[in-house]
Design a protein around this ligand. Structure first.
Ligand SMILES: *[C@@H]1O[C@H](CO)[C@@H](O)[C@H](O)[C@H]1NC(C)=O
Ligand SMILES: *[C@@H]1O[C@H](CO)[C@@H](O)[C@H](O)[C@H]1NC(C)=O
Ligand SMILES: *[C@@H]1O[C@H](CO)[C@@H](O)[C@H](O)[C@H]1NC(C)=O
Ligand SMILES: *[C@@H]1O[C@H](CO)[C@@H](O)[C@H](O)[C@H]1NC(C)=O
Ligand SMILES: *[C@@H]1O[C@H](CO)[C@@H](O)[C@H](O)[C@H]1NC(C)=O
Ligand SMILES: *[C@@H]1O[C@H](CO)[C@@H](O)[C@H](O)[C@H]1NC(C)=O
Ligand SMILES: *[C@@H]1O[C@H](CO)[C@@H](O)[C@H](O)[C@H]1NC(C)=O
Length: 743
C-alpha cells in the first residue's frame, strides 16, 4: 500500500507546528508530500529521462520531483513510489528507470507504453515490491528473470509480451504473492512454480496466452495458493496430479484448453473451492463421486467436454452453487431421481446436449433463485409441470430438442411466468396443434417475452392471435411447422418485433402490407428501446450450416430479418417494403411471388441477405439494387426474370448460381452474353434438380463479416463441438439449418 500523504500530514514528527496547517492544505489540494528532503538530483534526472513526459497528462514542472504527481519519496528524498496509472504515457520505458534504486512501488498500468524491456531490467530495483505494467503495449520477453527478490505483486497482464518463460522466472521471489501475466502472447510451457521458493504465492493468472504442454507439477506445494487461472491457452494433459494438495485453492479456471483425462476424485479434497471452471476442454470420465464435499462451490462450469456417466447424487449437496453448467457432455441418467431442492442459491442451470432421460425434474422448481434453466437437447419427456411457476425470477427457459408433449398446456402455464424473457421450444413437441384460442384471455400473459422459438414441432393451425399482445416480442421463430392460413396483418403492429421466421410452413396469401409498418424495422429509436440486452445464457445457433459454432450473448446480436422461405405465398412484393430501412435479411425464396422486383428494395441499405429465388418474379432486375453495399448473400435464381444483369455493379460479384434458372436473363456473371439470345443456352436450361439449394435459410445471427458483428466462437473447441453437433444435429433453433446437417 502506498503511504497516504494525508497520514503523513497529521504526523509531521520532524516539523514544527506552525507548518502543519499550510502543509495540510497543500496536501489536500495537490496531493504532494513534502515530509522529506528535496528530491535526489539523480532520481529527478532518471525520472525525466524515463518517460516521454511532454505527451503525457503529467505536470512535472516544479523543481522538487518529490512534489510531482504520482511520486512519493522517502525521508532522504529518494523516490519510493511511482504511481502513474492512466496518464497517457507513451513510448518506451528508458533503462534509466533502473536508477531509481529505492523504488518499492511501480504502477504504470493503463498507459500506451511500448517496446521491449531487457531481461534483468528490474534487477537494479532491489527494493521493488509491487510492479504493475498492465494494460500497455509492451512486447518482447518478460523482463523478470530473475525478479527482484522482494517482489510481492507482479501484474504484466494485457500487454504483448511474447517468447517463452523460463522456469527460473519465479525462483528467488521469496515473497511473491500475486502474479498476473494474462492476456499476452507468451508461449512454451507454463513456468514451474516451486513454492518451496515462493511459499506465499496466492494468485497465479496465466490465462489468454499461447502456453502449451502440460501444467507442471509443483502447485501442490503452494499452501497459500487461492487462485489458479490458465484458461484460453493450448495446455495438454491431465489436471496436475498434485493440485488437490493446494488446500487453500478457491478458484481453478482452465477453460478453453485441451486438457484430457478425468477430473479425479482428489479434487473433493479442496474444500475451499468456490470456482471450478474447466469448460471447453476434452475432459472425460465421470464427475467426482464426492464432489458434494465441496460445500463452498459456487460455480461449476464444465460444459463442452466429454464427461460421461451419471451425476453423482452428492452434487446436490453443493448448496452454495449459483451456476451449474454441464452442457455439451455425454452425461446420462434419469434427472428426476435427483433432488435439486438444496440448491437454493442456484441462478443458472445448464444441462443442455447430454443424454439425460426421464420427465422434467420437478425438484428443480424448488431452486427459487433460478433465472436461467436450459435442459435442451436431451431425452426428456412428459409435460411441463405447474410447479415451474414457483420460479418467480425465471427469465430464460430452453427445453428445445426433447420429447415433450402438451404444448398448449405448457404455454398456458408459462404465460403466467412473469419474468420470462426467452423461451426456446425448438423441436420440443411433435405434431400437436399450435396453442391458440383463449390462451391469452387475460392479456397479461408473456408480458416480458422477447424471444419465442416454437419451431420444428410440426404444429398445425395458424399463426396464433395471442402473439398480437406481446409488446416486447422481438424475435419470433415459428419455422418448420405445418401452419396454414395467411400471415396475419397484426404482426405488423407488434412494436418490438424485429425478427420473424415463418419458414417452411404451408402459409398462403400475400405478403401483408402491414408488415411494412413494423416499427422496429423502420426506426432506430424503436429498435433500441428494449430493456437489458444481455442474455442470461448464451444461445448457440448455427448459421448457414457453417463450421463455426457461435454464441449469442446479447439480444442485439440477433439479426433484423423477415424469413418466409418455403411457403405458398403469392402476389406481388409490396413496394412499401422499402420502408423497412433497418432490415438486414429478407428471404422469401421458394414461394409463388409474382410481378416485378420493386426497385424500392434498394432503399433497404442495411440488407445483407436478399433471397428472392424460386418464385415467379418477372421483369428486369432493378439497376438500383447494386446500391446495397452490405449485400453479401443474394439470389434471384429460378424466376422469370429477363434482360441484362445490371452492368458494372457489385451484382456481378455474385456467383452465376445467384441468377441461373431465369430464361431471359443474360450478361455477366451468367455465361450467356446478351446479344446472342441463343434460346438453347445450355446453362440456363439446366435440369433444376441438379442445382443445389442456394438459399440456405436466414442466418438469423447478425453475421456481417464486413461489419465485424460476429459475437465470438469456440476457437479451441470448435472442431470438437462441430463433430458432435454433426452427430446429434443440435442447435438452439432454426431447425432448417439442422436439416441441412442431417442430410
Ligand atoms: C503545472 O504546475 C505548476 C505548479 O506546480 C503550475 O504553476 C502550472 O501552471 C502547471 N501547468 C499546467 C499546464 O497546468
Ligand atoms: C495500479 O493502479 C491502478 C489504478 O489506480 C489500480 O487499479 C491498480 O490496482 C494498481 N495496481 C496495483 C498492483 O496496486
Ligand atoms: C519478505 O517479507 C517479510 C515480511 O514482510 C520481510 O520481513 C522480508 O524481508 C521479505 N523478504 C524479502 C526477500 O524481501
Ligand atoms: C489479471 O489481469 C486481467 C487484466 O489484464 C484481469 O482481467 C484479471 O482479472 C487479472 N487476474 C487476477 C487474478 O486478478
Ligand atoms: C449430503 O449431505 C448430507 C448432510 O450433510 C449427508 O447426510 C448426505 O450423506 C450427503 N449426501 C451425499 C450423497 O453425499
Ligand atoms: C395439458 O396441460 C394442461 C395444463 O397443465 C392440462 O390441464 C391438460 O389436462 C393437459 N392435457 C393433456 C392431454 O394432458
Ligand atoms: C419446405 O418445407 C417442407 C415442409 O416443412 C419441408 O419438408 C421441405 O424440406 C422444405 N424445403 C426447403 C427447400 O426448405
Amino acid at each position: 500500500m502506498p503511504l497516504s500523504t494525508r497520514t503523513m500530514a497529521v504526523q509531521p514528527n520532524h516539523l514544527t507546528k506552525s507548518y502543519v496547517l499550510p502543509l495540510f492544505i497543500l496536501f489536500v489540494t495537490s496531493g504532494i508530500s513534502t515530509t522529506h528532503a528535496a528530491c535526489s538530483k539523480m532520481d529527478q534526472q532518471s525520472l525525466f529521462s524515463s518517460f516521454d513526459i511532454a505527451s503525457s497528462s503529467l505536470n512535472w514542472s516544479s523543481n522538487d520531483c518529490c512534489r510531482w504527481e504520482g511520486i512519493t519519496c522517502d525521508m532522504a528524498g529518494r523516490v519510493t513510489h511511482l504511481l502513474l496509472p492512466s496518464k497517457r504515457l507513451k513510448g518506451v520505458i528508458s533503462p534509466s528507470l533502473g536508477n531509481l534504486t529505492h523504488l518499492s512501488h511501480l504502477n504504470l498500468s493503463h498507459n500506451i507504453l511500448s517496446g521491449h524491456l531487457e531481461a534483468g531490467f528490474f534487477l537494479s530495483l532491489g527494493r521493488l515490491q509491487i510492479l504493475d505494467l498492465s494494460y500497455n503495449l509492451l512486447s518482447g520477453e518478460l523482463p523478470l528473470s530473475p525478479p527482484p527478490s522482494c517482489i510481492r505483486i507482479v501484474d504484466l497482464s494485457s500487454n504483448q509480451f511474447n517468447g517463452t518463460t523460463p522456469s527460473s522466472f519465479l525462483q528467488r521471489a521469496w515473497n511473491l504473492s500475486n502474479l498476473n501475466v494474462s492476456n499476452n502472447l507468451l508461449e512454451g510451457q507454463i513456468p514451474s512454480f516451486n513454492c518451496s521458493y515462493s511459499p506465499f504465492v496466492r494468485s497465479l493468472d496465466f490465462s489468454h496466452n499461447d502456453f502449451s504442454g502440460i501444467i507442471p507439477l509443483g502447485l501442490g506445494n503452494c499452501s497459500k495458493l487461492e487462485l489458479f487461472r490458465a484458461g484460453f491457452n493450448n495446455l495438454l494433459g491431465t489436471l496436475p496430479g498434485d493440485i488437490h494438495k493446494a488446500r487453500a485453492l478457491e478458484e481453478i479456471s482452465l477453460p478453453s484448453n485441451k486438457l484430457s483425462g478425468a477430473i479425479g476424485e482428489n479434487i473433493a479434497n479442496l474444500t475451499n473451492l468456490a470456482v471450478l471452471d474447466l469448460n471447453s476442454n476434452q475432459l472425460s470420465g465421470a464427475l467426482p463421486l464426492h464432489i458434494g464435499k465441496l460445500s463452498r462451490l459456487k460455480l461449476i462450469i464444465l460444459n463442452f467436454n466429454n464427461l460421461e456417466s451419471f451425476l453423482p447424487p452428492s452434487l446436490m449437496n453443493c448448496s452454495s452453487l449459483t451456476e451449474l453448467n454441464l452442457g455439451y457432455n455425454q452425461l446420462e441418467g434419469d434427472l428426476s431421481v435427483l433432488n435439486f431442492s438444496k440448491l437454493t442459491q442456484l441462478i443458472k442451470l445448464d444441462l443442455m446436449h447430454n443424454h439425460f432421460t426421464g420427465p422434467l425434474p420437478i425438484s428443480v422448481y424448488s431452486c427459487k433463485s433460478l433465472i436461467a434453466l436450459r435442459l435442451s437437447s436431451n431425452d426428456l419427456e412428459g409435460q411441463l409441470q405447474h410447479e415451474i411457476l414457483s420460479l418467480k425470477s425465471l427469465s430464460f427457459l430452453s427445453l428445445s430438442y426433447n420429447r415433450l408433449s402438451n404444448v398448449t398446456g405448457a404455454m398456458k402455464i408459462l404465460k403466467d411466468c412473469k419474468s420470462l424473457r426467452v423461451l426456446l421450444f425448438t423441436n420440443s413437441f411433435l405434431g400437436e396443434e399450435m396453442p391458440d384460442g383463449d390462451l391469452m384471455v387475460d392479456s397479461s400473459g408473456f408480458q416480458n417475452i422477447s424471444i419465442i422459438a416454437l419451431s420444428g414441432c410440426q404444429l398445425t393451425g395458424k399463426v396464433p392471435v395471442w402473439l398480437s399482445k406481446l409488446e416486447k416480442l422481438k424475435f419470433l421463430d415459428l419455422s418448420s411447422n405445418r401452419l396454414t392460413g395467411p400471415i396475419p396483418g397484426w404482426l405488423g403492429t407488434l412494436p418490438s418485433l424485429s425478427y420473424i421466421s415463418l419458414q417452411s410452413n404451408f402459409i398462403s396469401g400475400e405478403f401483408p402490407k402491414e408488415l411494412c409498418g413494423l416499427q422496429a424495422l423502420r426506426s432506430e429509436k424503436a429498435a433500441t428501446q428494449t430493456g437489458h440486452d444481455d442474455l442470461e445464457l448464451p444461445i448457440y445457433p448455427s448459421f448457414n450450416g457453417s463450421a463455426v459454432i457461435l454464441q449469442i450473448k446479447y439480444l442485439s446480436n440477433i439479426a433484423i430479418g423477415i424469413g418466409l422461405k418455403n411457403n405458398s405465398l403469392s402476389g406481388n412484393i409490396p413496394r412499401d417494403i422499402g420502408q423497412l430501412q433497418l432490415l438486414q435479411q429478407l428471404d422469401i425464396s421458394f414461394n409463388k411471388f409474382s410481378g416485378n422486383i420493386p426497385h424500392q428494395i434498394s432503399n433497404l441499405r442495411n440488407l445483407e441477405l436478399l433471397d428472392l429465388s424460386r418464385n415467379h418474379l418477372s421483369g428486369e432486375i432493378p439497376a438500383s439494387l447494386s446500391s446495397l453495399n452490405f449485400l453479401s448473400n443474394f439470389s434471384v435464381a429460378y424466376n422469370n426474370l429477363h434482360g441484362q444483369i445490371p452492368l458494372g455493379t457489385q451484382l456481378q460479384s455474385f456467383d452465376a448460381t445467384a441468377f441461373e434458372g431465369n430464361l431471359g436473363l443474360c450478361g455477366s456473371p451468367l455465361p450467356n452474353e446478351c446479344q446472342k439470345k441463343s434460346p438453347g443456352d445450355s446453362d440456363t436450361t439446366k435440369d433444376q434438380e441438379d442445382v443445389h439449394d442456394s438459399g440456405n435459410g436466414i442466418p438469423w445471427l447478425k453475421i456481417s463479416v464486413s461489419l465485424g458483428f460476429i459475437v465470438g466462437f469456440w476457437g479451441v473447441c470448435g472442431p470438437l463441438a462441430l463433430s458432435r453437433s454433426w452427430r446429434y444435429a443440435y442447435f438452439e433453433f432454426f431447425s432448417n439449418v439442422v436439416d441441412r446437417f442431417a442430410r
